[in-house]
Design a protein around this ligand. Sequence first.
Ligand SMILES: Nc1ncnc2c1ncn2[C@@H]1O[C@H](COP(=O)(O)OP(=O)(O)OP(=O)(O)O)[C@@H](O)[C@H]1O
Length: 293
Amino acid sequence: MSTASLLFVINPKSGASDKKNLDATVSEFCNRNDLTFHLYKTTGDQDVSHIKELIEKLKPQIVIAGGGDGTVTLVAELVMDTTIKLAILPLGSANGLATELGIPEDWEENLSLLLHPKTMSMHAIKINDKYLSLHLADLGFNADLIKEFEKEGQRGMLGYAKSFIKKMSQRKSGRFKVQTPESVNRYKADMIVIANASSYGTGAIVNPRCDLEDDLFEVCIFKPLPWHNFLEFTWYSFAGQLENSKYFSIYQTNQVTITSTKPHTLQIDGEVIGSVNKVTARLLPKAVNLVIP
Ligand SMILES: Nc1ncnc2c1ncn2[C@@H]1O[C@H](COP(=O)(O)OP(=O)(O)OP(=O)(O)O)[C@@H](O)[C@H]1O
């Protein structure tokens, strides 16, 4: 196998969009622009070792993660701290990170970013010394929601909305201790978000202090929200003004340990990890060279 300047990693099962012309579009784009490429389709089984092998053999300049946030994070872990650039072709249901960065969903427009790639050196977060997060990780409500969404086997915004309403009416608060190098605080909360980015991709801004290039991430505490404050809270979140609500607190830090008396569901970049009593997170500065518009 000879080298290739572009390695496409495509998750054929991501999102709900029709991908039947994707291979032809990629191939036609690369041939038209004299670019060598290789296209790998994920199977959900041993993708990490297969992609690692391909990267070693092909020595690509750019690896394109075609899928949702889960695929982006999987590829990011493999190119982190190298000179290889990471590009995103959004094919997922929410595409949180791509939306955050204004990365186009239109295939031709997206692929054209590869011709003269402009990059941003973005930080990431290491969770429990094991998992990488580029986007948003959380404990509690949203993680339960994703678990429900997966169980119901629904895709798209309508499925997400149905699961959201169901989980909103069933939500349970937890008691958490939040320890950073600067402080220790205890909270009753519905959800705690360890936030690299600002939004899940729905338009609501859960982290109003997001800056992907600084040396800090945010810890966002969502305190138990009474139903009669729901509309006001929603308005604040869409306006990027959650800090005006007494049901929200935020920290900026480069390290945090969150513990709880009862286990809570943890999700990282859209993937449910399981139920945990303890989460640690630390910043990985300038971890990934991301191709941006
Ligand atoms: N061929 C495949 N068949 C089934 N599952 C797959 C396959 N390839 C990858 N996966 C699984 O898909 C998940 C990642 O999905 P990804 O985040 O790319 O899309 P999504 O979940 O549809 O999008 P979003 O995160 O925007 O909702 C991983 O759990 C991975 O193991």
